[in-house]
Design a protein around this ligand. Structure first.
Ligand code: AMP
Length: 426
């Protein structure tokens, strides 16, 4: 085969059928769970004013190095960026529309980060997530975390670990940051060169380093949990006991800091144990009590998470769960008369709510039957001259359950429905 003239850009992929159907089914499981927990969907733009993202992570790689930014054709041009995540957009939307809190929303869509692509790390990837704005009740934290954990269970994943931590609040964080900074500075020359630069910008981010040279230093670093204010400590305690009460297992991970600057108090991550450890984060989130205000809205606490659909599907493959959904077709119509019958029969069956497809280009019976087979439809409808003359069609059970017989055209949809009903399948 000749080399294609163009390929999808580096770090992006085409998701083709049937994999795309499995992905959609996964998003639907999430949408169902989120709606049943009182969250409504928000669809927001894929690009925003660059300022929306600058506010959320000026000391993070996501904002400083990985943004896909552009200038529009306005006069003066506006500096825009493709969204790298959705929490900032949701908070911007909250500040703009001022819905009545608590505001519970979920979302789904592509995110863009200029990262070095590798397995499970793309430049365009899909996230689903929720945000709950307008309350700092720790029970909201529990509810949100339980929604994520429940989603993983309902997909069939059993090897997803929940890690939680508290990053404190604006009262207690400065003392911790001071302690962390002086500790890291005292070990400065032993840190990796990259972490020495990070230390200048935000000492907390050094804890996120995966570089080997940094590990022993990180392992002995002071911990936020030892600096928590009484309020933050109590909040964290209520979250933990709430999770216990729901039977949700978790590990406390005192060095979990997450990749964005806006987190306060509860933070958490879901790690798939079936995936390679460098790419095993299948989701994460936390509280961001100052973000709406930073974006020009009223003081509004919030908590949420984002889950990576691409990686969750990889975890499903490793755990061999969440298989391809069955084909949406019920019938494949084989028309050997060369006339317009397949058109009208398909149209009528689709009008009755059934899934119907057909071949094109007047192909032979054999070729059409091959397509019928490949379509995965449980039934084939065969239309020949004989059938047309008698106002009937031949209905063939491709599963081999009920053979083949003539059915009056007018009764076809009803007959297929009857055969598809669970009673018949038993
Ligand atoms: P974050 O917004 O960085 O907290 O990411 C939340 C989740 O999105 C992660 O746990 C991953 O599952 C997924 N994710 C983040 N970045 C990427 C990427 N470049 N490619 C694929 N999935 C990603």
């Amino acid at each position: 085969m000749a080399e294609p003239k163009f390929r999808a850009p580096k770090g992006t992929r085409d998701i083709l059928p049937p994999e795309s159907a499995r992905r959609r089914a996964l998003v639907e499981v999430f949408a169902d769970r989120a709606s049943r927990s009182g969250f409504g969907e928000v669809v927001s733009p894929m690009f925003e004013d660059m300022g929306v993202f600058k506010r959320v992570g000026e000391s993070t790689d996501i904002v400083t190095k990985e943004m896909f930014d552009l200038y529009d054709k306005g006069d003066p041009p506006q500096h825009l960026a493709l969204r790298p995540e959705l929490t900032a957009s949701i908070c911007r939307a909250f500040a703009e529309h001022r819905p009545v809190p608590p505001w519970k929303v979920w979302y789904e869509g592509p995110q863009f980060r200029y990262e070095q692509p590798q397995a499970g790390r793309y430049r365009q990837f899909t996230q689903v997530g929720v945000e709950l704005l307008g309350t700092d009740d720790p029970q909201a934290d529990v509810d949100v975390i339980a929604l994520g954990a429940g989603f993983f269970s309902s997909v069939g994943l059993s090897r997803v670990r929940l890690l939680i931590n508290s990053l404190g609040d604006p009262q207690c964080r400065p003392a911790y940051m001071e302690a962390l900074k002086s500790y890291l500075e005292s070990r400065g020359s032993d840190l990796s060169p990259q972490s020495q630069v990070t230390l200048e910008r935000n000492p907390l981010r050094v804890l996120d380093s995966k570089r080997r040279a940094d590990q022993p230093i990180i392992d002995s670093a002071p911990l936020m949990v030892d600096f928590l204010s009484a309020e933050s400590a109590e909040h964290f305690e209520t979250v933990r006991s709430g999770l216990d009460a729901l039977g949700i297992e978790f590990d406390i991970s005192p060095r979990l800091v997450r990749g964005l600057d806006y987190y306060t108090r509860t933070t958490f991550e879901f790690a798939a144990e079936s995936l390679e450890s460098s790419q095993n984060a299948v989701g994460g989130g936390g509280r961001y009590d100052g973000l709406v205000e930073d974006l020009g809205g009223p003081p509004t606490p919030g908590i949420g998470f984002a889950l990576g659909i691409d990686r969750i599907l990889m975890a499903c493959d490793s755990e061999q769960v969440f298989p391809q959904p069955p084909p949406a077709l019920d019938v494949f119509v084989v028309d050997v008369t060369g006339g317009p019958h397949a058109l009208s029969v398909c149209d009528a069956l689709r009008g009755r709510g059934l899934g119907a497809d057909r071949a094109y280009g007047g192909r032979s019976m054999k070729a059409q039957m091959k397509l019928a087979d490949r379509s995965g439809a449980p039934f084939a409808v065969i239309i020949g001259e004989d059938e047309v003359a008698s106002g009937e069609v031949t209905l063939r059970d491709m599963r081999g359950d009920s053979g083949q017989r003539r059915v009056p055209l007018a009764a076809l949809a009803g007959e297929i429905r009857h055969l598809l009903s669970p009673k018949q399948e038993r």
